[in-house]
Design a protein around this ligand. Structure first.
Ligand code: PLP
Length: 399
């Protein structure tokens, strides 16, 4: 049998040098992020040593097969944590650690399509682009619905469209925090509209895309509706966004009775598999587990509150300097008109149509970290810039 030392790989001096250069690049830019919601305040040092094993979480963590090196125990605890966070008993739900928000959205849409194969999927105009891929991959009929200026789906237009289509089994893809504006679709209003147009609860499916806000709303007071208790059927959250992870990951959680319909038996691992991939990352469940175990509820609330307070300070500071910036109450996404190309490119600001945004993350210890980007935004949009007509009245600046 080969010893571990026989199979060690070696890198040439030149290749080692390239890695060293990349290491320096990463150190320099580790806190670059002001436009994309990836938190960088994590420390997973205790997990580094597990990278020497070929860990694989193929299949269902609840029905272990015979691949011994897995982290199913940890994945189970991660999923129990999220079932409690999203108000559904563990025995009534099932989900798993995904490769990110997109896979979780796809899983939710897959369950919906299996339930209602002829159903039309309705999503708002400000939905993440992942939905476009998903409806093509799954070949689901779909309709885009206009949003209000604040970024939420227009519930009246949604109801009208469903009536026009004569759709008896709508699949609603709701945003719990849109990518560009952090807008939360009103789940309660959507359900009231569906009921008013004569669609009973068991005849529609409601998926929540909570990529970023899924790890914000559980930790604030007076959060808008977003959980299973509020009527959703599945939810997807990214692990590498608000939580923070060196490897993209996420979770998806759904009502168990819908998941049971899609399980396939796999004889050669002697287990069942309801997930989208075959082999699955066994390391990311450890990361998510450590993130959850590493902070108490009070610490999650404090960390979230700090980001929200910073977002509010940022809005006020930009408003004071004549920039019509705004945010939704429970969002760390600060929205303002698109600055010059030079500014958004220099600072890696996410920009779409007429808007750009800054996201205040837990690794921003104070607004001073954002001084340079604020300066450039004010230069571009400062006192001379008039308040944009496209801003929602209630949220528009007072400048
Ligand atoms: C980021 C994001 C996604 C996609 O998540 P990934 O983890 O990048 O796959 C989906 N929806 C929304 C609203 C997002 O912001």
């Amino acid at each position: 049998m080969a010893l571990a030392t026989d199979i060690i790989m070696t890198l040439s001096a030149e290749d080692q040098h390239r890695l060293e250069q990349f290491w320096q690049f990463c150190l320099t830019h580790q806190y670059f992020n002001v436009g994309y919601p990836e938190a960088a305040d994590f420390d997973y040092f205790k997990l580094h040593k597990f990278l020497q094993f070929s860990i694989n979480n193929c299949g269902d963590w609840g029905a272990p097969g015979n691949y011994l090196l897995n982290t199913f125990e940890f994945e189970r605890e991660v999923m129990h944590y999220f079932s409690s966070l999203f108000s559904i008993p563990p025995e009534q739900s099932w989900g798993y650690v995904t490769n990110g928000g997109t896979e979780g959205n796809m899983f939710g849409c897959y369950l919906a399509r299996e339930l209602f194969p002829e159903g039309t999927l309705y999503y708002s105009q400000e939905t993440h682009y992942s939905v476009a891929k998903i409806i093509r991959l799954l070949r689901i009929k779909a309709k885009e619905i206009p949003t209000l200026p604040s970024g939420e789906i227009d519930c009246d237009k949604l109801a009208e469209q469903i009536v026009d289509d004569g759709e008896r089994h709508p699949i609603i893809f709701a945003n719990i925090g849109t990518t560009m504006k952090g807008a939360v679709d009103d789940i309660g209003a959507i359900q009231r509209r569906l009921s008013a147009i004569g669609i009973p609860r068991q005849d529609y499916y409601l998926h929540a895309d909570a990529a970023l806000s899924g790890m914000i709303l559980p930790f604030v007071d007076d959060a808008p509706a977003f959980s299973f208790a509020d009527g959703i059927d599945s939810i997807s959250v990214s692990g590498h966004k608000m939580m923070g992870s060196p490897i993209p990951c996420g979770i998806v959680l759904a009502r168990r009775r819908f998941v049971d319909r899609i399980a396939v038996e796999v004889d050669y691992i002697s287990a069942s598999d309801q997930t989208i991939s075959g082999s699955r990352n066994g390391f990311t469940p450890l990361l998510m587990w450590a993130a959850i175990k590493g902070r108490t509820l009070a610490q999650w609330r404090e960390r979230t509150g700090r980001c929200l307070a910073m977002a509010q300070q940022l809005v006020e500071r930009l408003n004071q300097q004549g920039v019509p910036a705004w945010r939704h109450p429970h969002s760390i996404t600060v929205v303002f008109p698109r600055p010059s190309e030079r500014t958004w490119k220099t600072h890696c600001l996410a920009t779409s149509g007429e808007h750009s945004h800054l996201i205040t993350l837990p690794h921003h210890h104070s607004l001073h970290q954002l001084d340079a980007v604020i300066h450039d935004i004010v230069q571009d949009l400062g006192p001379a810039a008039a308040c944009s007509d496209s801003l929602p009245v209630a949220l528009a600046c007072t400048a």
